[in-house]
Design a protein around this ligand. Sequence first.
Ligand code: CA
Ligand code: CA
Length: 168
Amino acid sequence: MVTSEYERRIAARFAGFDQDGNGYIDREDFMAAAKALLAEFGTAARSDKGQALYVGAEAFWQGMAGIADRDGDQRITREEFVNGAVKRLRDNPDRFAEIARPFLHAALAVAGGDAGVGVDDTSRVLRVLGVDGDLAAQAAAQLDTDGDGRIDEEEIVSAFARYFTVPE
Ligand code: CA
Ligand code: CA
C-alpha cells in the first residue's frame, strides 16, 4: 500500500493526541498532556492555573469524543479519528477551535500569562504535546503571525484549527 502525504500527516496528528502511544485516544491522553505541561512549567496541579488546565483538558476530550467516538466506548480509534474527527473538523474548523480553546487558553496561562507567551515557551508547549523538537521551534516562530515575538490566544487557536483540519 502506498502511503500518501495526506495519510502520513493524519498519522502524525493521531500520534500527537495518543500521548501514551497505546493506539487509541482516550481521556487519559488528555490528562497526561495536562500533567506533562504542568511538570514542564513547574506549576502545581492544585493551583488555579493547574485546575483550569485539567478542566480545559476534560472539555477538549469531551468535545473530541462527541465528534469522533462513534461507538461510545470512550476510546477514539485511528479509524474513528480519520472518519469522524478529521472529516468533520475539516468541514467546520471553527468547531474545533471552540473545543480546543479552553485547554489552549489554560496552557498559555501556564506557560506565560494572559498577555501571550514568548516564542520559546510556545515551542516548549508544543514539544510537551508531542511535536518534534525542530518542528516545534519552527511552528512556534510561524505562529507569531504579527511578528511581535509573542503568541496570543487567537494565533494559537487558529493555528491548531489549521493543523487539525488537514487538507486532502
Ligand atoms: Ca492513548
Ligand atoms: Ca470508540
